[in-house]
Every structure is written in C-alpha cells, then in structure tokens.
Design a protein around this ligand. Structure first.
Ligand SMILES: [Ca+2]
Ligand SMILES: [Ca+2]
Ligand SMILES: [Ca+2]
Length: 235
C-alpha cells in the first residue's frame, strides 16, 4: 500500500511572517531572540502574530523598529520626504558620473516610495510619519499592499541602474555592494546574496533579477532564495 503523501505546503509558507519581509529582514539578527527562553511562557493573553516561534510579537516590534530606523535616514525620529531625498542623493554621490535623467528618475522614484508610505501611515496628516504611525501602518498590512510592493520593485530597478557603473544591464559584486552601501546595510551580507543571484557563476546578474529579488523579499517565504539572505543569514 502506497503511503499517502502528506501535504506540507502550509507548514512554512504563510505570508504573514513579518520577519521575512524586506526591511524587516534587516533585523534578521534579532532572530536570536527566538533562542532566548520566553520569560512569560505561560501567558495566554498575548497578541502574537504567527504561531511557530511564540516570539513573533517581540520580533515584529524589533523588525518594525529596525525598518523605521532604516527609513529615518536623517535620524530625527520621523520619516518624511527629506529622508528619501537624502537617500536618493547618496546614490548620486556613489555614482559621480550619473546623468541628469537617471538622477531625476532616482528622485522621482524615491519620492513616490515616500508618497505610498505617507498615504498609508501619516494618519494625522502633518506630512511626517512617527514611529507610532509607522507601527500602526505596518500592523495594518502596509508591506502587503500591492502598491507598496510595486513601488519597492521600481525603487530597486532604478537603484540597480544607478549602481550599474558600466551600464551593461548587469550587476557585478562591486556594483551590488554599492547598493548595500547606499542603504547602510552591512556589505558582508552581499556575499551570499550574490552567490545565489549569480546562478551560472559568471560573476554577474541582471538589474531586473535584482528588482525581482527585492519583490521576493515581500512575497516569498522561501529561504533558499537570494531575497532570504539579502540582509543577513537566516537560521
Ligand atoms: Ca527623518
Ligand atoms: Ca504624522
Ligand atoms: Ca554592470
């Protein structure tokens, strides 16, 4: 008698796992908190999201804080348009020969990214997003909003074009590192990401593949992808 195959698809592919997502993934180090015994392990009234680890509530808070800190480029504890302008300008300094068209594309794309966040998160309409407003928006599903995901993919594409120093439509390791530097992400993390993206081992991958990788950071929970390790190792 043939054994019945068990469907295990549900086991690891729930989209509501915040630690899998792009900027939340920057806080991957915080996964270590899962190793710490929960001091409140008997509690039953906790509002945890997900259930596998039992610590997602804490993780989520940490990830949201990490995401907020990353977006708050100016460090004034608010996200506003300046943060996105500064980030776009930083890419310009990484690429001194950037032409005006690309510089404009960068600025417009980063502005549009800010617009998506502002619309979703600036609940008091003062043109700035506080940590609290951001947390509420993420809780409400900002990172699952197709408009947000589309915009992130656009940002990734333009950033990849900016980092493509020799303009061949492909990124090499050095060009990928430029992206990491522009986003203040530890360049050490780019090594494994690069290895996974450069499938045929020729030392290059396309800017389009990079944009797709960024998209995967939101939509995929597959730990074998480049997206999974883009901001640090997964356990
Ligand atoms: Ca700021
Ligand atoms: Ca506000
Ligand atoms: Ca290139």
């Amino acid at each position: 008698m043939a054994p019945t195959a068990k469907r295990r698809g549900q086991h690891r592919s729930h989209p509501h796992r915040l630690q899998q997502r792009l900027i939340g993934a920057m806080a991957r180090d915080c996964r270590q908190t899962e190793l710490h015994p929960a001091p409140h392990s008997g509690g039953q009234g906790q509002t945890l999201i997900g259930s596998e680890s039992g610590m997602i509530g804490d993780l989520q808070r940490r990830n949201i804080n990490a995401a907020f800190n990353t977006l708050d480029v100016t460090g004034d504890d608010h996200i506003d348009q300046d943060d996105f302008r500064v980030r776009a300008d930083r890419l310009r300094t990484l690429r001194p020969d950037m032409d005006d068209k690309l510089a404009n594309d960068l600025r417009k794309t980063f502005d549009a990214w800010w617009e998506v966040i502002r619309r979703a998160a600036d609940s008091d309409g003062d043109g700035r997003v506080t940590r609290e407003e951001f947390t509420v928006a993420i809780d409400a599903g900002l990172e699952e909003d197709p408009a947000y995901i589309d915009q992130m993919e656009r940002v990734a594409q333009v950033v990849a074009e900016a980092a493509d120093l020799d303009g061949d439509g492909m990124l090499d390791r050095n060009e990928l590192d430029l992206i990491y530097k522009a986003f203040d992400v530890d360049v050490a993390f780019s090594e494994e990401t690069f290895r996974r993206l450069d499938r045929d081992g020729d030392g290059l991958f396309s800017t389009t593949e990079w944009a797709q990788t960024v998209r995967d950071m939101f939509s995929s929970t597959d730990r074998a992808t480049a997206a999974a390790v883009a901001f640090g190792p997964v356990a």
